[in-house]
Design a protein around this ligand. Sequence first.
Ligand code: AMP
Ligand code: ZN
Ligand code: FE
Ligand code: FE
Length: 270
Amino acid sequence: MKFDLHVHTTYSDGIFNPMEVVDLAVTKGLDGIAITDHDTIRGVEIAINKSKEYNNFYIIPGIEFGCVCNNEEVHILGYFMDLDNIDLVYITNKLQSSRTDRAKSIINRLKELDIIIDYDDVKKLASNNNIGRPHIARTMIEKGYVKDIKEAFDRYLDRGKPAYVDRYHLTIKNTIELIHKSNGISVLAHPGLLKDKTIVDYCIDNGIDGIECYHSNHTNEDEKYFRQLAKEANLIITGGSDFHGDRGVLGDISVNLDNIPRMKERINNE
Ligand code: AMP
Ligand code: ZN
Ligand code: FE
Ligand code: FE
């Protein structure tokens, strides 16, 4: 069963809403996808309802938490959490409001750098109110300040760059605990992109369940290295495109869920 396990929607910084993403995934011949928006689960239910229009197309409830460790951004994926878990709902709400506050601070920083963008324009792009830096980057492109998202991050928005502002986030340890407490499976996202590879061992020591070995930005060497590591540590091997609509191609990276029994058995219980 072919699944893309890393997909964003308009509930974070994806371009397509959950219903559009489901339609697209079906046309790509996928058997299912995991909706993994940044720090929120609000898009999942909509995708599940939409998937019922099709026979045998599955939605895995997911999330991608943004953590910080050793001054580096680390993304942890969660799958199959109980969506009504009170801790999960409380913390994701708190993360979302910290994103709003941060966006306003970033816009103020940009103003000091003579880059004038309007909070309302950013908010319009973040149609479900979960603002990420890509929404700010897209507004900067619209206003002609940068040519693409990469330039916006490289010059202004990345950690350590002049318009960077920190926000509330969980530690890796607390993130894995939260996913487990809400009955979910935790996976380290795109480890190939980490500068400090000791973070992978840190995640394993803190009970991570799997490693995202296949990802749009991974090299063949990354794939091989992390598959070997996952096998040795007896962890789940996952993969996904990290589809955003303007980055990643839906279904281009996928996994066969038959090879991941811990996940396969969960979809039949949904
Ligand atoms: P945020 O939710 O504000 O932390 O932003 C995270 C999103 O920004 C992720 O979806 C990344 O794909 C994107 N992102 C992070 N760093 C970069 C970068 N250097 N260039 C382009 N996109 C990036
Ligand atoms: Zn994103
Ligand atoms: Fe990520
Ligand atoms: Fe992602």
